[in-house]
Design a protein around this ligand. Structure first.
Ligand SMILES: [Zn+2]
Length: 244
């Protein structure tokens, strides 16, 4: 949401009602709460050691091996919460807190990232779709705020501009929704493997599941608030059109 857009739109006295602003504030609040809970959960589970004493790196390497994946490497990457799998380089990147840590949080994150590597190896449809959308979405994100802003300013004289902005924004919304099954499926693969191999026990399994579940909620809120923003721009477009 562009702050300038929020400022300019009400001054036109048309478009979305106050209700949409209430929804935005609700989403912002919800997103903040989920981030806080997620941080506290990870902090807690980072202090609880895994029964076998395996590091995140060892968990990742074992999960890849057991899934028959031999062409993916596990690497250390700097920063916090920077863990990700790169399909282009076939590298599972694990952050400081995960790579060398023997905690439940580290095992859960490491297994989740390997879940993406397994998706890649099995050509999981949503991951393939997501990867194909990456260049399109990076183009859309680069231009959409400016096109939307100009579109709102010139709505009366040149409505096609706002429509183009809406199309660009819709691509990013679609991307957020395709991300959902990718993330949820990677976590499912992670916890199923952690449980089946006996790396987690009755005591630690619910904790690994809990940490990954809260991580998934952040993606759900991001997708829903992206959808709300898309609706907001569509309402501005329709509001401006109906004045003609
Ligand atoms: Zn993920």
């Amino acid at each position: 949401m562009n702050v300038l857009t929020l400022y300019i739109v009400p001054s036109y006295h048309y478009g979305p009602s106050m209700m949409i602003y209430v929804i935005f504030i609700g989403f912002a609040l919800l997103s903040w709460i989920i981030q806080k809970v997620l941080q506290s959960k990870f902090k807690k589970y980072s202090k609880i050691p895994m029964p076998g004493g395996m590091t995140g790196k060892e968990v990742a390497e074992m999960m890849l091996r057991e899934n028959g994946i031999n062409d993916v490497t596990v690497q250390h990457t700097g920063g916090q919460l920077t863990d990700h799998y790169n399909p282009a380089t076939k590298i599972v990147n694990l952050s400081d807190d995960v790579y060398q840590s023997c905690s439940i949080a580290a095992a859960a994150v490491a297994a989740h990232e390997c879940g993406h590597a397994v998706q890649h190896a099995k050509a999981y449809a949503f991951l393939t779709m997501r990867s194909k959308l990456v260049p399109v979405v990076s183009f859309a994100s680069q231009w959409m705020q400016w096109v939307l802003l100009a579109g709102i300013i010139f709505l009366q004289s040149f409505p096609q501009l706002l429509l183009a902005g809406i199309v660009l924004f819709a691509l990013t919304t679609l991307f957020s929704f395709i991300t959902l099954p990718v993330e949820i499926n990677a976590s499912r693969r992670a916890v199923a493997w952690l449980s089946n191999t006996g790396i987690t026990d009755r005591y630690t399994y619910p904790m690994a599941t809990d940490a990954l579940r809260w991580a998934a909620y952040t993606y759900v809120v991001a997708a829903l608030s992206s959808l709300a923003t898309l609706v907001y721009y569509i309402l501005i477009f329709l509001g401006g059109r109906s004045r003609n």
